[in-house]
Design a protein around this ligand. Structure first.
Ligand code: HEM
Length: 589
């Protein structure tokens, strides 16, 4: 801990001028240490020690600090050219996004944060890295499930594109908007579960306590994505089954909290596993994290295997029970085998491990989809609850839909539960400007997947802005930082949905230009070949859920303690909760 303190507190005094003296000093210490450690009476060992010290000095100090092209890039901290400790410490302590934000404010759009690591914060840099198809860093390998890769974890572009092709069509906007299966699944989750629960929460006995919408929205998102992957009959029912939902959400929190060493220091963790003689089977990852992972994997495998079994049996099922994603994966794997056979880049890892590939892929969609969507909906409901005026405007917009999402046969005296709501044309819902603006601004401000997205610079080198970057360098941009560009989003910490509202066609050219710019800089789902696979699904389900709720209820904050977001790759409210109270809306006006 002490060394971290010294690193943190040391002034940024080690500029380029003082660095050679520091290097010489470190070299002298290294030579002395190695020659003392070797037998001193041998004429052979002393020159060997000096040679070894010189090599280590060149490799780990002189080259990275003074000779590498990276040495010409501004450093976030004086130690960054020779040590990754500074950035690892910020990451470990949940301060990485804020720390990098400050570093970019002080040092510009490209900043060195480790001996072989850069942080980038410009649209041009994003274009080079993410539209340029740089491979993902090995950091993503922890997202493999059952030891089998998936779209998210695959590092090489070649392997990744084969996998993504198998499934991306069922996540396209046109497929999602026209899917009878998804419409039926959404109706089952919204009408059958979510609305009933909100209805029950409005009673005099329950209303004063409110309900924890963070847990509830994550549950609704889990139910929707598992229904789309595996069919409604095999999917989760987290909205209603609160006890299992809480247990599962605790498992997920354990999985997230315990991955630091495996992800950031995989070789150290592997060495700990090997040297511990079986005492540390998970390396530096605690045993309880491994147990949580296994339970989540088993839970998903049961749904995935059941869906596969149903497809094999050829039984006809209702639209709601169609396992859309599993069906697409099976068809994609069969096609790949037919067309490329053993020559396919994914022959060994996917075609020959079909059952586990389907499970590994779908568990990733479930995990990627539930937390991000739940967090976005939580912060959106939070801001709406603090602004009755905005709720009114949003409701007026929602009720302009024909048919609207108003509950049918609802008893306007508020005593009766309803028949449910119509599932309207998704294109109409998608075109509502206020609904779109409030969701987009929430993702801009709260960045549910906001942390750095590490990629690897291609060999032998590339240019990022004016800088030459050697191949193999870890380079990342983050949604958190890009969405805090004050030139595009003035007062970026303020939640202000009007940033994303169109001018209303009144010919205000400046407003149109401004809107184009805020949309161009919006990076909430990343971009390029590794852009979010589920962005259309996420936008559609969020619009459905917000539409269903605010067509029929008003919401009010009961308890927002701990609402501030954590600083992480995927952040969430620090308290993991937000309690809101809902009231039925009695009139259509
Ligand atoms: C509000 C909701 C969501 C947000 C803000 C979000 C954001 C993102 C971001 C920023 C990335 C890039 C991450 C990186 O490269 O490090 C990503 C990737 C991904 N997301 Fe999402 N996501 C959301 C919902 C979903 C859903 C519902 C799914 C379900 C299919 C999903 C599946 C994926 C997958 C599979 C990738 C990896 C894509 C690839 O590597 O080609 N996401 N998401």
């Amino acid at each position: 801990m002490r060394i971290f303190f010294v690193l943190e507190q040391a002034p940024h005094a080690f500029s380029l001028g003082t660095l050679p003296f520091l290097c010489y000093f470190l070299y002298a210490i290294l030579v002395k240490t190695i020659t003392i450690a070797l037998p001193s009476d041998s004429e052979f060992y002393v020159p060997l020690g000096v040679l070894l010290a010189t090599f280590l000095f060149y490799r780990y100090i002189l080259h990275p600090a003074l000779l590498s092209p990276l040495s010409r890039i501004p450093k976030a901290h004086w130690s960054c050219s020779i040590s990754p400790v500074w950035i690892l410490y910020a990451r470990y302590n949940g301060r990485e996004n804020r720390t990098l934000h400050r570093a970019h404010q002080e040092h510009g759009p490209v900043v060195r944060v480790g001996p072989s690591e850069l942080s980038v914060n410009s649209l041009d840099g994003v274009k080079t890295i993410y539209q340029g198809g740089f491979d993902k860093h090995e950091w993503y390998s922890v997202f493999e499930n059952y030891g089998v890769p998936n779209v998210f974890s695959a590092s090489s572009a070649k392997h990744h594109s084969v996998r993504k092709r198998m499934v991306s069509h069922v996540y396209s906007k046109s497929y999602i908007h026209s899917s009878a299966a998804l419409a039926a699944q959404a109706s089952a989750v919204l009408n059958g579960r979510l609305i009933s629960l909100l209805d029950a929460s409005t009673t005099a006995a329950q209303a004063p306590h409110g309900i924890d919408v963070h847990s509830l929205f994550s549950a609704a998102a889990t139910d929707l994505i598992t229904a789309y992957c595996f069919g409604a009959a095999r999917a989760s029912d987290f909205v209603r089954n609160k006890a299992y939902r809480r247990h599962w959400q605790a498992l997920y929190a354990a999985r997230k909290a315990g991955s630091f060493f495996e992800q950031e220091l995989p070789r150290l963790s592997a060495a700990a596993r090997r040297c511990s003689l079986g005492l540390l089977p998970g390396g530096l990852t605690p045993a309880w994290v491994g147990a949580a992972n296994r339970e989540i994997e088993d839970w998903c495998r049961a749904m995935s295997d059941a869906a596969l079994e149903d497809l094999r049996s050829g039984r006809r099922v209702d639209a709601a029970d169609d396992p859309v994603v599993v069906r697409a994966l099976v068809a994609g794997l069969e096609k790949e085998e037919r067309e490329s056979g053993a020559a396919s880049p994914v022959y060994a890892t996917a075609i020959r491990r079909r059952q586990l590939t389907v499970a590994s892929e779908t568990i990733d969609h479930v995990l990627a989809g539930q937390e991000t969507t739940g967090v976005a909906l939580t912060y959106l409901a939070y801001h709406l609850s603090r602004s009755p005026d905005l709720q009114r405007h949003l409701r007026a917009e929602l009720l302009s839909l024909r048919p609207s999402m108003r509950l049918r046969n609802s008893d306007r005296d508020g005593n009766d539960s309803s028949d449910g709501m119509a599932m309207l044309d998704p294109k109409q819902l998608d075109a509502l400007p206020i609904l779109h603006a409030v969701i987009t601004e929430t993702i801009r401000r709260y960045t549910p997947a906001g942390g750095p997205e590490p990629r690897v610079a291609p060999s032998p080198s590339c240019r990022i802005g004016p800088h030459e970057v050697p191949g193999g360098t870890r380079v990342s941009a983050s949604v958190y930082n890009l969405h805090r560009d004050e030139r595009v989003y003035p007062d970026p910490e303020r939640w202000d949905h009007s940033r994303f509202l169109p001018s209303g066609g009144d010919g205000d050219g400046d407003a149109d230009e401004r809107l184009k710019s805020v949309n161009r800089h919006f990076w909430g789902f990343s971009s390029g070949g590794r852009m979010c696979l589920g962005s259309n699904f996420a936008m559609h389900e969020m619009k459905l859920i917000v539409g269903a709720i605010y067509s029929n209820y008003t919401s009010h904050v009961v308890d927002d303690a701990g609402i501030e977001p954590t600083d992480a790759y995927t952040g969430h409210p620090a308290s993991n909760s937000l309690y809101l109270r809902f009231e039925k809306v009695m009139t259509d006006g």
